[in-house]
Ligand binder design. Structure first.
Ligand code: ZN
Length: 262
């Protein structure tokens, strides 16, 4: 465990420092949330997430810095592009606000350990991206997931969320377990059950939280997927797993496991 400032020091104990830290983290979360919107939009298209700067997807005009303030600009512009007056999706400010909330909750849940707070902020940002890209495109950016698995395994000796051996077990239970289940589903129904993306995202969850986190996140995801499938039956008259954004549900499950005290 790394405490840059000791647990009885400024980081956690004095109210002005807590207010300052939470305000900084909330603001930083808004900025990162704004960048996550860009990542979700550009990564599946293979476009750089850094250059060029933000543009309106309709008229392609560059967004001026003063029109690019998270949440605030959306409200000031009344959800319209300044140039073409095209509608701006409510999802942009929602992702910004949600990321900000996750950053503050990371502090609430894991301070005074700075490394744990930073990792929780990073992991929740990664899960937001994975959830939204799967929701939009039924795709999973595997290089991002692989990087996450390496971070989870590599940081665990310092992070201490689970023992390093448990993290390896988590990757195996998550990855191999879902892969086997997917094979069984294919044998039973003749259709593709889970994709490689689902398998690797579960391995990612295992690398940070071990086998217990894998099982908890999977149960939440399976419950959500089942609920949505059942609700869709009257329209689709089928309960096929095809087209279910399972990584979205897995990400929600992983966020619940990350932030809810056990
Ligand atoms: Zn526009």
């Amino acid at each position: 465990m790394i405490d840059v400032i000791s647990s009885d020091g400024l980081w956690a104990s004095t109210p002005p420092m807590v207010i300052f830290t939470v305000t900084m983290l909330a603001s930083f979360g808004l900025v990162i949330g704004s960048y996550l919107n860009v990542v979700v939009y550009r990564l599946p298209a293979g476009i750089s997430t850094v250059y060029p700067g933000s543009r309106c997807p309709r008229c392609l005009m560059s967004v001026k810095p003063w029109d690019n303030i998270p949440v605030v600009s959306y409200l000031l512009l009344a959800a319209r592009c300044r140039d073409c007056r095209g509608h701006i999706s409510l999802r942009y400010p929602l992702v910004e606000a949600l990321t900000s909330i996750f950053f503050v909750v990371s502090y609430w849940r894991f301070s005074p350990d700075v490394l744990e707070v930073v990792v929780a902020c990073g992991l929740s940002s990664c899960l937001v991206v994975l959830a939204l890209i799967d929701w939009d495109h039924r795709q999973v950016p595997l290089p991002l997931v692989f990087a996450g698995v390496i971070c989870g395994l590599g940081l665990q000796p310092w992070l201490g969320w689970v023992a390093p051996f448990e993290a390896i077990q988590g990757v195996l239970v998550g990855g191999a377990g879902l892969w086997l289940m997917s094979g069984a589903w294919r044998l039973l129904t003749g259709e593709q059950g889970f994709g490689d993306g689902d398998v690797w995202v579960l391995a990612l969850i295992g690398s940070f939280g071990g086998p217990v986190a894998v099982i908890k996140a999977f149960v939440v995801a399976a419950f959500l997927a089942l609920a949505v499938l059942v609700l869709r039956i009257p329209w689709r008259r089928t309960a096929s797993l095809r087209g279910v954004p399972f990584v979205t549900y897995l990400s929600i499950g992983a966020l619940a496991v990350l932030f809810m005290p056990s």
